[in-house]
Design a protein around this ligand. Structure first.
Ligand code: ARG
Length: 462
């Protein structure tokens, strides 16, 4: 028995296999029931249902919600999706005639769009909390190791010294932008499609202002035809997830690299490592590698879903049912990865001695050029002079500081004895006092700012 069996015979079995989506969309049950309860109220307010009918329907829907919640909902072969399953069960509980009235003026097209938006909105706070935990872990570790120096890299070659905290905090701001993106897209999720019907709107006078408020949306959709086909919010969420995945994969990569014995800057808590089936000595960062790989899968979900949307004719098309699997995947992935990364970061063992031992004097070449600049030499000329000095030190097999004064003077006559003062890692870091720079006072400021961001968000979360 299908919802449309007044018109068509039973479908071929392959059709059911392709079209049925209950196993995927059953997780929308709470949103579906919430939407239906609001719609029953709206129908009563519009005079379509009596108070007694509304009461019976709400009772039935609440009972179905309880059945789902305790795992007692019994699916039957005719249940095409969660909406038909709930409707069928409601008929069993309150009578088919009354259950049928709930669908007055409502299509599964406005229903499913409403459900998916409601469901996604209910997931937003949990994802936001994941970002906050990760942000807090980053700030705590940065603060604890505020004075530790490490090599900063470009092209994975040692470039200039940094504070370790500065490196770690660089990820805080990426995740902070991700969280802002989540806020921004959530505003666009909170637009109500209910009342759009199949495509043209609702002729029964249901009050969309009431539905908007009752379901916690911010406004009704401006155009019913757009409302039933608009999945921009899914695409936006998938983009937000993919970019978050890109950021997590970058952090994973840095952590895997810096914790390798060759670097030895960090060590993972052993609870975040897995062993090898053959080599007894191994302790591998598989979880972070999987997270790094998962970012690729998230990008694939975004590309795949954009391809589903591309070139669809206007109105609802069944292609849109493909929205759920990638959206659920993205939400589940973020809910798994964000707390995992928070745990990994929070329990990192930091090895300051290894980081500081990796600082090499060549990383101070810029300081030597800047020294000359302070003596009035144009930077390009200073750059060339120091370049010669670096080459000379390499030829002689010594560090810059070990070069005799004559070599300095040969490279540029403006070099004086006080040049040794420029060869100081902490000095190099301390001089970078520009806003957002790596000087300790700026990093302290950065931590204070990060804490403000977190406190404000924690406050919002209540
Ligand atoms: N399960 C469907 C979906 O997710 C519900 C809408 C079905 N609408 C239709 N016109 N066949 O999109």
């Amino acid at each position: 028995m299908t919802l449309w069996n007044g018109r068509l015979p039973d479908t071929a079995p392959e059709v059911r296999l392709l079209c049925d989506s209950f196993e995927v969309d059953r997780r929308l049950y709470a949103a579906d029931i919430r939407g239906s309860i609001a719609y029953a109220r709206a129908l009563r307010r519009a005079g379509v249902l009596s108070s007694a009918e509304e009461g019976a329907i709400v009772w039935g829907l609440e009972r179905i919600r309880a059945e789902f919640a305790v795992g007692e909902f019994v699916v039957t072969p005719g249940d095409e999706d969660v909406h038909t399953a709930v409707e069928r069960r409601l008929g069993e509980l309150v009578g088919k005639e009354l259950a049928g009235k709930l669908h007055t003026g409502r299509s599964r097209n406005d229903q499913v769009a409403t459900d998916l938006r409601l469901w996604l909105l209910s997931e937003v706070p949990g994802i936001a909390t994941g970002f906050l935990s990760l942000g807090e872990a980053i700030v705590a570790v940065a603060e604890e190791h505020l004075e530790v120096l490490m090599p900063g890299y470009t092209h994975l070659r040692r470039a200039q010294p940094l504070l370790f905290a500065h490196w770690l905090l660089s990820y805080f701001w990426k995740f902070s932008r991700d969280l802002e993106r989540l806020d921004g897209l959530a505003e666009r999720v909170a637009v109500l499609p209910l009342g759009a019907g199949a495509l043209a709107g609702n002729p029964f006078g249901v009050d969309q202002g009431f539905l908007t408020a009752d379901l916690g949306f911010s406004r009704p959709a401006e155009n019913s035809l757009d409302a039933v086909s608009d999945r921009d919010f899914v695409a936006e969420f998938l983009f937000f997830s993919a970019l978050t995945g890109v950021h997590l994969s970058g952090l994973a990569e840095d952590l895997v690299l810096f914790s390798s014995p060759e670097f030895g800057f960090l060590e993972f808590n052993e609870r975040y490592l897995t062993g090898s089936s053959l080599m007894p000595q191994k302790a591998n960062p598989d979880p972070l590698e999987l997270a790094r790989g998962r970012a690729g899968t998230l990008i694939g979900k975004l590309c795949g879903f954009l391809s589903v949307l591309k070139g669809l004719p206007s109105g609802y098309n069944r292609d849109l049912q493909e929205d759920k699997e990638p959206l659920f995947f993205a939400v589940d992935t973020l809910k798994l990865l964000l707390p995992l990364f928070a745990g990994v970061v929070r329990t990192l063992e930091v090895r300051p001695e290894r980081m500081e031992a990796s600082l090499e004097e060549e990383m101070l070449a810029t300081e030597l050029a800047d020294y000359l600049v302070k003596k009035g030499i144009p930077f390009r000329e200073a750059h060339r002079a120091v370049g010669r000095l670096v080459r000379r030190a390499r030829e002689l097999g010594v560090s810059l500081g070990e070069l005799p004064p004559a070599e300095f003077r040969m490279a540029h006559p403006a070099f004086d004895a006080d040049v040794r003062g420029a060869l100081d890692f902490r000095g190099a870091v301390g001089r970078r006092r520009s806003y957002g720079g790596t000087a300790p006072e700026r990093v302290r400021e950065q931590i204070a700012l990060a804490k403000e961001v977190l406190a404000e968000r924690r406050g919002d979360a209540g």
